[in-house]
Ligand binder design. Structure first.
Ligand SMILES: [Zn+2]
Length: 217
């Protein structure tokens, strides 16, 4: 039975690496697949991982229709056993419905990879749809850490060194820490709440602990 599977985890936990490994493993079994991505870190039509692997992929734009595409492939007699979709948080909700349909009606396995929440810790709409529809959701075992050493679970958007919590849901930025422009980093829930990314780690001692309040009511 074909399945719609969602592999998730914070940034830098190896999702794109796993996407390429799944493709390799499936292809080794003689199965035919196609790779898709959206706004990949390379800026081109490929899935690239931080450990140095990459494979060509089709870039998904909002008008792309997975159902129409899969039907056309089917009619042309092209073998299609599985589809790999990386950076699925940048797809649209209709894309997710189309992917579920190619699983159910055409028997194609769909493996999706992406982060669940944006820089405000709110679900991306296509990911909410994927959680609603998927057969199986897997969290990757590799966990990045916040600069403080705690497990990093939240994505912080840092603009010119300052963490921001307002703005467009999608804004492309670097994932390497830097002083100028937009970058993203994984922080723990506490430092996300306090808006203290690594660029402001030195300010952490200025935050009073709840039992240090000098003027209790
Ligand atoms: Zn932290």
């Amino acid at each position: 039975m074909a399945e719609l599977t969602f592999f998730t985890g914070p940034m830098n936990c190896g999702k794109s690496t796993l996407a390429l490994q799944v493709d390799h493993t499936e292809a080794s079994a003689g199965r035919s697949g196609r790779l898709f991505t959206c706004l990949d870190r390379s800026g081109g039509a490929s899935i690239t991982s931080r450990v140095g692997l990459s494979s060509p992929a089709t870039d998904v734009d909002p008008d792309f229709d997975f159902w129409a595409w899969a039907q056309a492939e089917y009619r042309l007699g092209h073998a299609l056993d599985y589809v790999i979709c990386d950076e699925v948080q940048f797809y649209t909700r209709p894309h997710i419905d189309q992917l579920a349909r190619i699983v159910d009606d055409l028997g194609i396995d769909v493996y999706c990879f992406g982060i669940t929440t944006d820089f405000r810790s709110e679900l991306f709409p296509p990911v909410a749809r994927l959680i609603e529809l998927c057969d199986r959701m897997e969290t990757l075992p590799i966990r990045p850490r916040c600069w403080c050493g705690a497990w990093g679970t939240k994505n912080a958007r840092v603009k010119d060194g300052i963490m921001v919590t307002e703005g467009a849901q999608v804004e492309v930025g670097d994932t390497e820490s830097g002083g100028v422009g937009v970058h993203y980093e994984v922080v723990c829930r506490r430092h996300h709440r306090l808006r203290l990314p690594s660029t402001r780690a030195g300010a952490a001692h200025e935050v009073p602990l709840p039992f240090d309040d000098p003027s209790p009511a």
